[in-house]
Design a protein around this ligand. Structure first.
Ligand SMILES: [Zn+2]
Length: 188
């Protein structure tokens, strides 16, 4: 018996974060035009119905079924008027570093910031960020933006610990479970 990690059809494209230049638009699209530089977020809601109007466009029932397929040279983006984010300026003038930052807005940075907002981080707070992947690291940036004074990153990878510190973590804890609590008490 084979158990699949995902019901995704074999040989279909994956990925849900992209930036790019618009090559063609549908007849009803008015907010973006050919040549625009855009961020293609993973949510791509329609903007018309309940979930989108309540601010939860990730739950839009009019989003395309079957998930995204962004890891490709070209992609078809639905609900472009509402969901594509147009970036002003000449894309040729953006540095690679800026392009990397803009790409993070398609998901991980927005998700990390959303986590910090959902956790109701306020000025002067102490925050613990569990996990040091891309979203966790962006959660550190989000917590810092919201004014956290102390940010404890639960991280055990040297390269990510370095990034965590660069992004605003004040403490790094590599331990887990009870040992992590003891370490935390030790640095309090
Ligand atoms: Zn919608």
């Amino acid at each position: 018996m084979v158990s699949w990690l995902s019901p995704r059809e074999k040989d279909t494209l994956v990925g849900h974060e992209a930036i790019g230049i618009v090559e063609e638009v549908g007849s009803e699209v008015t907010n973006v035009a050919v040549g625009d530089f855009v961020i293609a977020p993973f949510t791509h809601g329609c903007g018309h119905y309940a979930a989108c109007l309540a601010g939860f466009d990730g739950n839009c029932l009019n989003a395309p079924a079957g998930g995204s397929a962004y890891q490709a040279e070209y992609l078809l983006f639905n609900n472009a008027d509402w969901a594509l984010v147009k970036v002003p300026g000449d894309p040729k003038s953006f540095s690679d570093e800026m392009l990397n930052s803009l790409l993070s807005l398609a998901d991980v940075m927005a998700t990390g910031y959303h986590a910090a907002v959902s956790a109701e981080v306020k000025t002067g707070d102490t925050v613990v960020v569990m996990g040091d992947g891309a979203v966790g690291l962006c959660g550190i940036i989000g917590a810092k933006l919201l004014g956290a004074k102390r940010i404890i990153a639960m991280s055990r990878h040297a390269d990510r610990q370095k990034l965590a510190t660069e992004f605003g973590a004040t403490d790094i804890i590599a331990e887990r479970g009870d040992e992590a609590s003891r370490t935390r008490d030790g640095i309090d």
